[in-house]
Design a protein around this ligand. Structure first.
Ligand code: 5RP
Length: 231
């Protein structure tokens, strides 16, 4: 089974967590795309849901496939969000943001009664941090903000390589008009502490650590989809 087959199987299993009439948050990335496609197919059979997308790309895919879309300007709460991840650990903490949609993904996931993460088995880690941590920053003063991020890492006894994310040789711009600084750390022993320190920096809009947000992980494996539930 390829990683993509595992993603597809996890996405199909996530349909069980969506009820007719639900308001559903749609994640971003290749795994989330499989879920959007599967949900749209079910909706075409008469299963009615209303969806909020976490990125322009997901909105285009979902609306193009005929899913009924709404927004968090119209709704204050969603029933469930289904999204991919870059890493998850045994405490259901995540690193997300590889696709640059972390800010809206976090707003949507925390507006939902619960978040279901769908993943292939390569995303399961003993400790977060192998995948670079994306920090979304306001473009103004990006160097000054980067210095403060580096100081926060040192306070946590971490060494990280900071890199402004580029696309086609130019600074990557998120859907919200911000920049992203990717930090290669390797190992984050205290994700909660780093979460708090990063959030306290003026200029940091948000970051890819999802602490205590996800309650269910569906992981595709060669032996079927494994379900992990918190608590
Ligand atoms: C986007 C994300 C994605 O969920 C994450 O990068 C996983 O992507 P994929 O499903 O393509 O492996 O956080 O910001």
């Amino acid at each position: 089974m390829t990683a993509d087959d595992q993603k597809k199987a996890a996405a199909a299993a996530a349909l069980e967590f969506v009820q007719a009439g639900n308001k559903v948050g749609l994640g971003t990335g290749s795994t989330a795309n499989h879920f959007i496609t599967a949900l749209a197919e079910k909706a075409r059979g008469g299963f009615d849901v209303e969806c909020v997308a976490t990125s322009r790309a997901s909105f285009q895919l979902a609306s193009g496939l005929g899913l009924r879309m709404t927004t968090l300007e119209k709704q204050s709460h969603l029933d469930v969000t289904v999204d991919g991840t870059d890493e998850f650990d045994g405490n259901f903490q995540l690193i997300k943001g590889g696709g640059g949609a972390l800010l809206v993904e976090k707003i949507v996931a925390t507006s939902s009664r619960y978040m279901v993460v769908i993943a292939d088995q390569s995303k399961k880690v003993d400790a977060l941090g192998k995948f670079p941590l994306a920090v979304e920053v306001v473009p103004f003063g990006v160097n000054a903000t980067a210095w403060k991020i580096d100081r926060a890492l040192r306070i946590c006894d971490l060494k990280g390589k900071l890199q402004l994310r580029l696309m086609d040789g130019k600074p990557f711009v998120t859907d919200s008009g911000n920049a992203i600084i990717d930090i290669t750390i390797g190992h984050i022993p205290e994700p909660r502490r780093l979460d708090n320190l990063l959030k306290s920096i003026p200029g940091v809009v948000d970051h890819g650590l999802f602490i205590d947000i996800c309650g269910i992980v569906l992981m595709g494996t060669d032996d079927g989809v494994k379900t992990f539930r918190k608590g």
